[in-house]
Design a protein around this ligand. Structure first.
Ligand code: UD1
Length: 430
């Protein structure tokens, strides 16, 4: 298995192009199943999760073409993918594929909406808590879908088609909102989704669905209304910038010091995280090129943070912020409210000399002056990148094992950091 080796201590200076958002690309690709026409997606990141979803769509019979690189494009520029679900040959999504990535379960919604039937394996993905699908299934049941669970598979049927309904989520769920939204586009009648997720990725999906002919209002608020239509058409859509990648590199610069402009991204996608970074002593300015992150030699102040659904502080930046606070001059409290068991990075950060203790859903971080490089193990997608950030600032050498987690969500990570001065390399498994 590949490893990443980092010699820490170098500040980061330069520009980093931000890729298309993984968490938007996945539902957008899934939406291709809603139409027999071609859906063209631009700015799709080159990631293992995208490749996994392409295999799942292929298994359903979706044709896909990935456009070749154009002159001037680098491996850091997103790709264009054309997806055509003209002939769907199978409405079953098998265990071998779905178990690799939780988001692949979402194919259940377009398959049901267009074909009235789907058989989808229960999902897998990052080991961050139990991550059930009960809310997704009860939303579908509300929409007239009969659900049976057998042998690890969800068998969902709506022989007369999906029905518009009032879906009230008892807690905010991004996956639930994506699924209800996709199912509602081809339902008979009107669907109202209450307590909907307001995440920008939901808005991106809704915008693409609207281009495909869906009738949606309220995306980005907690009440989304969808008037079902009988068919959707093809469309062309550019995936929004990755706000988690943006926040991750912002925290890397905050950690090492330096001056980096994050290009092709937008501050409003991660306002809460940028506000916290300013509180701890990072200088941030915005221009039409992107977001400039600057920290000189001055120390970092501690801060208390609680993760929340958008527009709150994202859970997907919690591990990275914890890495940052290990170097603050004082004590920070970081509370995780979205996922239980999302503190697996704590033990690994301790290997750098970090002082962190857990009290229930709260991590209490006592800042230490310096971190020391260490061999560490990546445990999940966002936790892994917190180890990269710690390694960049630590004295000496860090070796990160199991980096396949990073490849699921960060496009050209080493190249982007190396061009800003980081001493980082991938050691390929022989
Ligand atoms: C998405 C993101 C993930 C992010 C998360 C929260 C993708 C591919 N992944 O995950 O990176 O961390 O949003 O912003 O977009 N829940 C239930 N029952 C359900 C569904 C969810 O109890 O049926 C719980 C989850 O266990 C979790 C909470 O609800 O505790 C939020 O989950 P959800 O918003 O659905 O996260 P994902 O969509 O899986």
């Amino acid at each position: 298995m590949d490893r990443i080796k980092i010699r820490g201590g170098a500040p980061l200076n330069g520009t980093i192009p931000i890729s298309g958002a993984k968490n938007a690309a996945l539902p957008l690709m899934t939406a291709s199943l809603l139409t027999a026409d071609t859906l063209e997606l631009h700015n799709v990141p080159r990631l293992a999760d995208v490749a996994t979803l392409l295999r799942i769509l292929e298994n359903h019979g979706v044709d896909h073409a990935v456009a070749g690189k154009r002159p001037g494009q680098t491996t850091e520029t997103g790709q264009t993918i054309r997806l055509s679900a003209g002939t769907v040959i199978d409405t079953c999504a098998p265990y071998e594929l779905v178990s690799r990535m939780r988001a692949s379960f979402w194919v259940i919604a377009p398959l049901l909406a267009r074909f009235g039937e789907a058989r989808v394996s229960m999902p897998g993905g990052c080991a961050i808590g139990t991550r059930p699908v009960d809310l997704l299934l009860s939303a579908l049941e509300k929409m007239g879908v009969a659900i049976e669970i057998e042998g690890g598979y969800v068998h969902a049927k709506a022989p007369k088609g999906v029905r518009g309904a009032e879906v009230v989520f008892p807690k905010v769920t991004v996956s639930g909102t994506h699924v209800a939204l996709m199912a509602a586009t081809l339902a008979t009648g009107t669907t109202v989704i209450e307590n909907a997720a307001r995440e920008p990725e939901v808005v991106d999906l809704a915008e693409c669905l609207a281009k495909m002919g869906a009738r949606i209002s309220g995306a980005g608020t907690s009440r989304i209304v969808v008037d079902g239509v009988s068919r959707l058409n093809g469309a062309s859509h550019a995936v929004m910038p990755d706000r988690i990648e943006t926040g991750t590199y912002a925290m890397a610069v905050a950690m090492t010091g330096g001056d980096v402009t994050l290009e092709n991204t937008r501050p409003e996608l991660l306002r809460s995280a940028l506000d916290v970074l300013e509180t701890v002593g990072v200088e941030i300015s915005e221009s039409n090129k992107g977001i400039r992150i600057h920290r000189n030699g001055s120390g970092l102040r501690p801060a208390d943070v609680t993760t929340d659904p958008f527009p709150g502080f994202p859970t997907d930046l919690q591990a990275q912020f914890m890495a940052l606070m290990t170097r603050a001059g004082g004590t920070s409290r970081i509370r995780e409210t979205i996922f239980e068991n999302r503190f697996m990075h704590v033990g690994e950060l301790a290997r750098f000399g970090a002082q962190i203790r857990l009290e229930g859903d709260c991590a209490i971080v006592d800042g230490v002056g310096r971190l020391k490089g260490a061999p560490v193990m990546a445990t999940d997608l966002r936790a892994s990148v917190s180890l990269v950030i710690a390694g960049l600032a630590a004295e000496g050498e860090t070796e990160i094992h199991r980096v396949y987690h990073l490849d699921r969500g960060f496009e050209a990570l080493e190249a982007k950091l190396a061009r800003c001065g980081a001493d980082i390399e991938r050691l390929r498994a022989s």
